[in-house]
Design a protein around this ligand. Structure first.
Ligand code: ZN
Length: 477
């Protein structure tokens, strides 16, 4: 047996911090960046006698997400205590949902290398985050600002078969959360956290192998690399007749390997039971429908519409819909120029490249979409050449000026006037008599050289179509 005789089985648990103003069971602020232990109260520090009160906004964000993930929303869900000890979990238990979660039986469709894939969502349940410990040599510090921040844990079925698929699925979920505005999806800051379950089994075998969990991977690229490493490690174990231990492992990005963190608890170790301090959460049909009415167009639907209505290639459509703001920017550019493919090209190349180089996000783009759209119209109507447009775009980016003003001030209008172009061409031909002779005796490739010379002489402002036409005529014997 070798590597090719195995299948990998992968499932993801994604923890999304919900963007509520206050915590899930108390009124403390959720704002990141407050001083240590500033956002705490008796409830989230587990003081005896304090009582949790559920945050309505957290429930609404969870319902919206559940609907976007095609889940059933349970009319009555139950908060349970999940008992375990951590220094940064002051109650000695985490309030979570166990056998009756708010959302279940959903699915997510997403694209992997041009192929549509569907992953089932087993459940998405509400819970509270724990605090944070930082370790300094021989002492540790505990910050409880994070304790009680609302989380939605989204659990996929074991449907993923490769590291790449898993990373694309995680991206798709992140995009949906960001479109909904319920989570900022920041893996580096931990507002989105991915735990991965990986097992391997010989091809054709029905039952699952022993699964290993890899926790807290903080980038999509590392999700892919950690899973790849883990699949290889497990297959090696099987081939060497070593047992795979059910455990939780951590991924070390510097060494590109996973290592043991602790052996994994089973559900019964947590002694779940319904929290007696919280009533069951009842969600009426009307509330669900109100939430459904607030759902925005989601990334996949938007990409499908771009392909159908604008005849964009799938690649363009999916790239443009990665972020809602980017898709909006494209749509506004397109409305201003009425040329979807050109709008898409400019957004995907010049706009994204400049954003990348200047470390800006699409929200900070210095060229309004309407300006870009108007500039594209100027190309389409022959006012400026595509080459000059690059200069105009650069100028719009740095000065924020409107394209019409830039073209006028800098005298960048395209030269289409036949008489003046003929003068330039005659001069160019006279200066390059030897090359002209060579062209006429069969060196066809020299045509491009002459086009280049004329464009150079006009500082790129000559209309390439007119130049081509005139040159062809004049260069004939
Ligand atoms: Zn509190």
């Amino acid at each position: 047996m070798s590597f090719d005789h195995f299948d990998a089985v992968i499932g993801l648990e994604i923890h999304a911090q919900l963007l509520t103003e206050s915590k899930i069971f108390c009124r403390d602020s959720t704002h990141f960046g407050a001083g240590d232990n500033e956002n705490i109260c008796p409830v989230c520090t587990g003081m005896p006698g304090s009582l949790p009160v559920l945050n309505r906004q957290a429930v609404e964000f969870s319902i919206k997400t559940g609907l976007a993930l095609n889940c059933d929303i349970r009319r009555q869900s139950v908060f349970a205590r999940k008992q375990y000890f951590y220094p940064d979990l002051p109650k000695g238990y985490q309030i979570s949902q166990y056998d009756r979660p708010l959302c279940e039986n959903g699915h997510v469709d997403f694209l992997v290398d041009g192929q549509m894939r569907r992953v089932s969502i087993v459940r998405a349940h509400m819970e509270e985050d724990a605090g944070k410990s930082t370790h300094h040599g021989d002492y540790s510090l505990i910050n409880l600002n994070r304790a009680g921040i609302p989380l939605l844990e989204i659990v996929s079925g074991p449907d993923l078969r490769s590291a790449r698929e898993a990373a694309e699925y995680a991206r798709a979920v992140r995009n949906i959360l960001r479109y909904l505005g319920v989570c900022d999806g920041n893996l580096e800051e931990g507002s989105l956290r991915c735990d991965v379950n990986v097992s391997v089994r010989p091809k054709g075998q029905k039952e699952l192998g022993t699964k290993v969990e890899i926790k807290n991977i903080n980038s999509f690229r590392f999700i892919e690399k950690a899973i790849e490493y883990e699949i290889h490690r497990q297959i090696d174990c099987v081939l060497n007749r070593e047992a795979i231990v059910q455990e939780t492992r951590l991924y070390d990005a510097d060494k590109n390997r996973t290592f043991t963190m602790r052996t994994k608890e089973d559900a019964h170790d947590y002694r779940y039971f319904p929290d007696p301090d919280l009533l069951p959460l009842t969600v009426e049909e009307a509330w669900i429908e109100r939430m459904r009415a607030t759902l925005p167009e989601l990334p996949l639907a938007m990409a499908t519409r771009f392909v159908r209505d604008f005849q964009l290639p799938e690649y363009d459509a999916f790239l443009l819909t990665q972020e809602r703001e980017l898709a909006d920017y494209f749509e506004r550019t397109n409305r201003a120029c009425g040329n979807p493919k050109a709008a898409s090209n400019w957004v995907m190349t010049e706009v994204l490249r400049n954003l990348n180089e200047t470390g800006k996000t699409i929200l900070e783009v210095p060229v309004p979409a309407e300006h870009l759209g108007r500039m594209i119209r100027m190309i389409d109507t022959g006012v400026i050449s595509g080459k000059i447009a690059k200069t105009v775009f650069g100028e719009m980016w740095t000065s924020g000026q409107e394209p019409d003003a830039i073209v006028k001030d800098k005298g960048l209008v395209q030269i289409t006037d036949v008489a003046s172009l003929e003068r330039v061409i005659d001069q160019t031909l006279a200066e390059n008599a030897a090359n002209l002779e060579a062209y006429r005796s069969g060196k066809d490739k020299l045509f491009g050289f002459f086009v280049g010379q004329v464009m150079k002489a006009t500082k790129g402002q000559a209309s390439p179509e007119v130049v081509n036409e005139l040159l062809k005529k004049k260069m004939q014997r």
